[in-house]
Ligand binder design. Structure first.
Ligand code: HEM
Length: 323
């Protein structure tokens, strides 16, 4: 036993105590197995009991408590924990100003615009399975979608209508932000992110216009990109453009169309901007926009209203003395 102690209790290294060591190991293994059996005898009924009560009340099961780690009773602390300990809910603040989220205040327009963007992304990806951005196939694909693909017509129209609604939604959202004065300090930066989002929403709409390769889209993009001729410095008809060497073959319009007329290259460029470039930039801007709403103290909320009895109370804080 002394040897065993010296060897840290593993009982297997010294030559003279080889036999004694083996006995020690056997003894310990046997007693461990006995302990295990004993604990199984007591644990199994307890565990079984737990499982049965768990079936009656699932919130007490190990599975449930491993996912939701807070109690469910309705206290402010537990409500906050419920939000904070869930990765999806955590995107929202744990506490918000009740007045700021009233529909009559926000019209829900920012949220609706974002929701429409998600619908557009989803339906857009599905449309990509049927559409080829080439002069030969684009219009045919659209006809195929409209008339032959199961649910193709509703898919295309969901995309189209969501696009129109998103443009209307973003304007209404901007209008409400303006009306509630929410562009003022400390939200000036977010207003500017919003302006970029407005531009990118309009660009998404514009680049999508050409993709069916029909007469409407062709002429809309012809007119739209013709305006780019008059861009200051970068357009061949714009102020200082010719002086800087701009021609119809190297100016900003040429860059947008991939040529001097609306043709196959313009279709391909519109497609890539529409499906990859602009959605990525818009998504990044939206992430910044939402993060900023949080950092600026949540949605602005109506001006605080004070009850008469509150106004009469003596006030504390640095302002109180001067008032
Ligand atoms: C894709 C476009 C946009 C999306 C998805 C979006 C989304 C949102 C959401 C969800 C909110 C929270 C409050 C609410 O729903 O009203 C918000 C707030 C805000 N948005 Fe937008 N927005 C967009 C475009 C714009 C534009 C064009 C502007 C202005 C030029 C803007 C400026 C603001 C400002 C300043 C706030 C803070 C408002 C407050 O605290 O009351 N956003 N946005």
């Amino acid at each position: 036993m002394a040897d065993e102690k010296k060897n840290g209790g593993n009982g297997a290294s010294s030559g003279s105590s080889k036999n004694g060591g083996k006995v020690g190991v056997v003894e310990r293994v046997t007693s461990a197995v006995k302990d295990d059996i004993q604990s199984l005898k007591t644990d199994i009924p307890t565990k079984a009991k737990e499982q049965i009560t768990g079936l009656k009340d699932p919130t007490k099961t190990q599975v449930y408590t491993s996912i939701f780690r807070h109690k469910h009773d309705d206290t402010p602390r537990n409500r906050a924990l419920g939000v904070l300990s869930n990765v999806f809910l955590h995107l929202h603040p744990a506490k918000i100003n009740r007045d700021a989220v009233r529909y009559s205040y926000t019209w829900g327009m920012g949220g609706i615009t974002f929701y429409l963007f998600l619908v557009l992304t989803w339906t857009g990806v599905l449309l990509m399975f049927y559409y080829h951005p080439s002069k030969v196939q684009a219009f045919r694909d659209v006809l195929y979608l409209e008339h032959d693909v199961p649910f193709g017509k509703i898919l295309r129209n969901m995309h189209r209508w969501a696009a129109h609604l998103m443009v209307i939604g973003v304007w209404l959202h901007m209008f409400r932000v303006f009306l509630t004065g929410s562009y003022k300090k400390p939200r000036e930066f977010n207003w500017n992110i919003g302006v970029l989002l407005l531009v990118f929403t309009l660009l998404l709409s514009f680049t999508g216009y050409l993709l069916p390769d029909d007469q409407l889209g062709f002429w809309a993009v012809t007119v739209g990109t013709n305006m780019a001729r008059a861009t200051p410095l970068l357009g061949h008809e714009g102020p200082f453009g010719p002086q800087l060497g701009m021609t119809p073959y190297n100016d900003v319009r040429f860059g947008l169309l991939g040529g001097s007329i609306v043709d196959a290259n313009a279709l391909l460029r519109s497609y890539i901007w529409h499906c990859i470039g602009i959605p990525i930039v818009a998504s990044v801007l939206m992430i910044v926009h939402f993060w900023r709403v949080r950092k600026d103290g949540g949605i602005s909320g109506p001006a605080p209203v004070m009850l008469t009895e509150e106004a009469d109370k003596p006030r504390r804080g640095p302002k109180a003395a001067g008032e």
